[in-house]
Design a protein. Sequence first.
Length: 339
Amino acid sequence: MDNRIAKVGSVDVAKLAGVSRSAVSRTFTEGAYVSAETRQKVLRAAEMLGYRPNILARSLTTNRTHILGIITTDLINPFYALLLQECIERIQDKGLAAFVLRAAETDNDELISRLLSYQVDGVILANTKLASRTALDLANSGKPVVTINRYVDLDEITSVTCDNEEAGAQVADHLIAIGRKRIAFIAGDPDTSSSRDRERGFKQRLAEHGLKVQRESIGFYTHDGGAAAARMLLSPGTKPDAIFAANDLMGFAALDVAKLEFGLRVPDDIAIIGFDNAMAADWPAYRLSSVDQNIPRMVDVAIEEILSRLSGERSRTRHFRIATNLVARESTGATKMKD
């Protein structure tokens, strides 16, 4: 005797609900019309039978899988871990599913093929280091593609970033306001638009006040790189009285090096500010001033842009710049929000 439970289909639901099979299909199809009474009957019958619609099978007729792909390369940087979490949560909140892949920084032909084989509706590239060719190859497949935290100068791609130049200028304003004049800068990866734009805005605002960066180095957005850069900046010679690190990982490293290796008092001897407002920036061991990129807003814009394009619309905007907020903490001698 076969004790296996027979698979429940839409025909069974229609029979129990006393409606047509097409009514069942419309009930579970986004945007399709069905009366409130019929919908209630179908949902009640589906619950009783334990019926779940086969989304992948339905995609054969609707050309929609309701799956969005996310590609990232960095899960160590806390900014990208939080960005990925926010993407997944917001996608699921909209009744969609997220398919996540970790990529290399350059050759991703095999990964692109694998991603497209799952018939994702659109793709979010959540990293600054992915090659522009990866984004273009995906866009050429006909899928809506949005990059977050990186500007890609291609007509086929929509980019969502914070306003990095203005944020860099806000950092300069903050350091000038607390009286710092010997200012140093730790850049991220010079090949990324985020680092270049933050540096540009920072230096331009300093120049407007008759100041310039006294010393600078490159930390490549890593803790080890930030530590090496900080040691160079604090080496014998005229030491800076402030350091702007282009992300929080390098900011944490600069704090560690300044206090533990050089015996400096923060912020009395040197003020240090980072970028990203990572969770650890608020920990007592750091209390690092930082720039909040407003990740929730960036993710919302990215997802809405994909959904708009899937519905046949497209914004004329190719680069969305999201306003930032500078959060001042003890590392620059303050504990309150600075707008």
